[in-house]
Design a protein around this ligand. Structure first.
Ligand SMILES: CC(C)(COP(=O)(O)OP(=O)(O)OC[C@H]1O[C@@H](n2cnc3c(N)ncnc32)[C@H](O)[C@@H]1OP(=O)(O)O)[C@@H](O)C(=O)NCCC(=O)NCCS
Length: 180
């Protein structure tokens, strides 16, 4: 299993995964429906999203990664924000991730975050903020298994949902509990 930055090389595998999200009517389905409708445009937006000079005020640069199994199947995606605005620091944090619906509950989410934390370190971050809806027990567990230190809750200004916040110090990565 490996993590790669989003690339046209895995176009077919990505579209196959996007279908999985859309068919499952998943909460992330809308994002992937856009990618299915216009993969090149989707990839171009991701490319612009990495470059601070191409972003409007208030947007921070970020990198999208895909988790790929040996057979070339894309298992999930992750997004790393390279800095935080006050709003991101309150609610969304540095990292987001999704595992395709047909591949859940096999430990992939835990592995995906572990690999994303390594990338965050590669990109020069020393401490990252992770957040999840408090009701999202799977995501909370993934964060805790990757060394997340609970930093309390806030109520989302966007959804009204309770959000749990966690910090992970990347200098201690090698002591994390998540297996590979
Ligand atoms: C959250 C998500 C990433 C979990 O992925 P996954 O591959 O199923 O996670 P894992 O298999 O690594 O499971 C992690 C832990 O959560 C538990 N878990 C998984 N799904 C669960 C569920 N539906 N309810 C309760 N616990 C669950 C697992 O048992 C495991 O705990 P354990 O190690 O103590 O047994 C996936 O469900 C997803 O993509 N959801 C939609 C997007 C999302 O919520 N992203 C996170 C945003 S913060």
């Amino acid at each position: 299993m490996r993590l790669v930055e989003a690339t046209a090389e895995y176009r077919d595998a990505f579209l196959d995964m996007a279908c999985d999200f859309v068919q499952a009517c998943n909460v992330r389905g809308e994002r992937y429906a856009h990618a299915l409708a216009d993969f090149d445009g989707f990839l171009a937006r991701l490319k612009r999203g990495r470059d601070a000079s191409q972003l409007p005020p208030g947007r921070v640069p970020g990198v999208e990664f895909w988790l790929i199994a040996e057979a070339g199947l894309i298992i999930g995606t992750g997004r790393l924000r390279l800095s935080l605005t006050p709003q991101l620091e309150r609610e969304a944090g540095h990292i987001g991730y999704d595992i395709r619906p047909s591949q859940r509950r096999r430990g992939h989410g835990t592995l995906l975050l572990k690999l994303l934390l390594e990338q965050a370190q590669n990109y020069g971050l020393s401490c990252v903020l992770l957040t999840c809806d408090t009701v999202n027990l799977a995501s909370a567990r993934i964060i805790e298994k990757n060394g997340g230190v609970y930093a309390g809750q806030v109520t989302s200004e966007e959804s009204g949902e309770l959000i749990s916040r966690y910090w992970i110090e990347l200098v201690n990565l090698h002591q994390g509990h998540a297996g590979t």
